[in-house]
Ligand binder design. Structure first.
Ligand SMILES: Nc1ncnc2c1ncn2[C@@H]1O[C@H](COP(=O)(O)OP(=O)(O)O)[C@@H](O)[C@H]1O
Ligand SMILES: N[C@@H](CCOP(=O)(O)O)C(=O)O
Length: 308
C-alpha cells in the first residue's frame, strides 16, 4: 500500500469524572487525512485548513509521530501527509489527538501493520506530548479503538474498550480557545481524600452504567468534583448551559476534554436537538460565535476511506 485516506473522528475526553482515563469517539466533527509512503526519507506535512498550524514535522502533532516511527524502524522511506482539519485546534474535541492518531494509524497501514494497536497508541502519544506536554491517551485511545475506552495505564499501555451505549452527543464549541497545556497548568496538584473517594465513586458508577447500558446510572455518575470546578471558569456560560441541558432532558455532561467545548448525552434525537438550539442561543446572547454538533457515540474510530 502506497497511499491511504482516513476519516479521523473527534473525541470527547475525560467524560466528566474520568480525567485522563476515559474518552469516547463521536461521529462529528472529523478530520480527513491522506498519507503517502515516499521513496525519499522526507516527511512532508500539508494542511488544507486555515488554522495556521506548523508544517515543520518536529513542530506538528502528526509530523512528530511520523518522525518517531521513521526512527523506530530506521526507515529509508519518508511520508507525505495532507491534513484536511475540521476539528479546530484548542477546541477540546481532540484536534491534536486526531492528527496524532491518524498519522500513527496511517503510517502503520502503509508499513504493513507491523505495529499492534497498543504500539500505535504509543507512537500517537508523542503527538499529544508535543501539544500538551503530557503523554495522555484518553483522546487517542477512543480515536483508534472507537467507542468508549478506559485507559487503565499508559506505561505499560493498558487500554480497555468499553461498551458503546446508544446515546446522542450534543457538543458546543464556543469560539474561545483553551489550549490543553494551559488547562492542565491551572489544575491543583493535590486533592483531599474526601474528593478522591467521591470521584472514584463517580468513575466506577459511570463505567458500570456504560457497561450495563444503565442510562440513569450514567447520568447520576457524570459528576466531577476535582477538574470541572477549576476549568469551568475558563468557559463562558458553562453553568447555565449545564443546568438548561438537564432541564431539557440531558442525562448529563460537562467539559469536553480540556474545553472550551461542552458535551451533553441524551437518549432521544429530539432532546439532543433541543439542547443544541439552546447552546447556540445562549452564546448568541453574549455574541460569542459557536459551532454545535449533534451526533452519536462512534463505535468505529478511525476509518479507512481509500487505500491504493
Ligand atoms: N496537526 C495538528 N493538529 C492539531 N494541533 C496541532 C497540530 N500540530 C500542532 N498542533 C498544536 O496542538 C494544539 C492543539 O492541541 P490542543 O490544545 O490539545 O487542542 P484540542 O483540545 O482540540 O486537542 C494547537 O494549538 C497547536 O499548537
Ligand atoms: N485529559 C486531557 C484531555 C484533553 O482533551 P482535548 O480534547 O482538550 O485535547 C485533559 O483534560 O487535559
Amino acid at each position: 500500500m502506497k497511499k491511504v485516506k482516513l476519516k479521523v473522528p473527534a473525541t470527547v475526553a475525560n467524560l466528566v469524572c474520568g480525567f485522563d482515563i476515559l474518552g469516547m469517539a463521536v461521529h462529528a466533527p472529523y478530520d480527513e487525512m491522506e498519507l503517502r509512503l515516499l521513496e525519499t526519507p522526507d516527511i512532508i506535512i500539508k494542511h488544507t485548513d486555515s488554522f495556521g498550524l506548523p508544517e515543520e514535522p518536529s513542530s506538528n502533532v502528526a509530523g512528530i509521530v511520523l518522525v518517531k516511527i521513521q526512527e523506530y524502524f530506521n526507515l529509508k522511506n519518508g511520508f507525505e501527509v495532507i491534513i484536511h482539519k475540521h476539528i479546530k485546534p484548542g477546541s477540546g474535541l481532540g484536534s491534536s489527538a486526531a492528527s496524532a492518531a491518524g498519522a500513527a494509524l496511517g503510517a502503520n497501514l502503509l508499513l504493513g501493520n507491523k505495529l499492534s494497536k497498543e504500539e500505535v497508541v504509543h507512537f500517537a502519544m508523542f503527538g499529544e506530548e508535543l501539544a500538551s506536554g503530557v503523554r495522555h491517551a484518553d483522546n487517542i485511545a477512543p480515536c483508534i479503538y472507537g467507542g468508549i475506552t478506559l485507559v487503565k495505564s499508559t506505561n505499560p499501555i493498558d487500554i480497555i474498550p468499553l461498551n458503546s451505549p446508544d446515546l446522542f452527543v450534543t457538543a458546543v464549541h464556543p469560539q474561545v480557545e483553551v489550549k490543553t497545556s494551559d488547562a492542565r497548568q491551572i489544575l491543583k496538584k493535590n486533592i483531599s481524600l474526601k474528593s478522591a473517594v467521591e470521584q472514584w465513586g463517580n468513575i466506577a458508577g459511570l463505567v458500570a452504567g456504560i457497561q450495563k447500558n444503565d442510562f440513569s446510572l450514567i447520568g447520576r455518575s457524570l459528576n466531577d468534583v476535582i477538574i470541572e470546578p477549576v476549568r469551568s471558569i475558563l468557559i463562558p456560560k458553562f453553568d447555565e448551559i449545564k443546568e438548561k441541558s438537564l432541564q431539557l432532558g440531558a442525562l448529563g455532561g460537562g467539559i469536553s476534554g480540556s474545553g472550551p467545548s461542552i458535551f451533553m448525552l441524551s437518549e432521544q434525537k429530539e432532546t439532543a436537538d433541543k439542547i443544541a438550539q439552546m447552546m447556540e442561543s445562549v452564546y448568541n446572547e453574549i455574541e460569542i460565535e459557536s459551532f454545535v454538533y449533534v451526533s452519536k457515540i462512534n463505535p468505529a474510530g478511525v476509518q479507512i476511506v481509500e487505500e491504493s
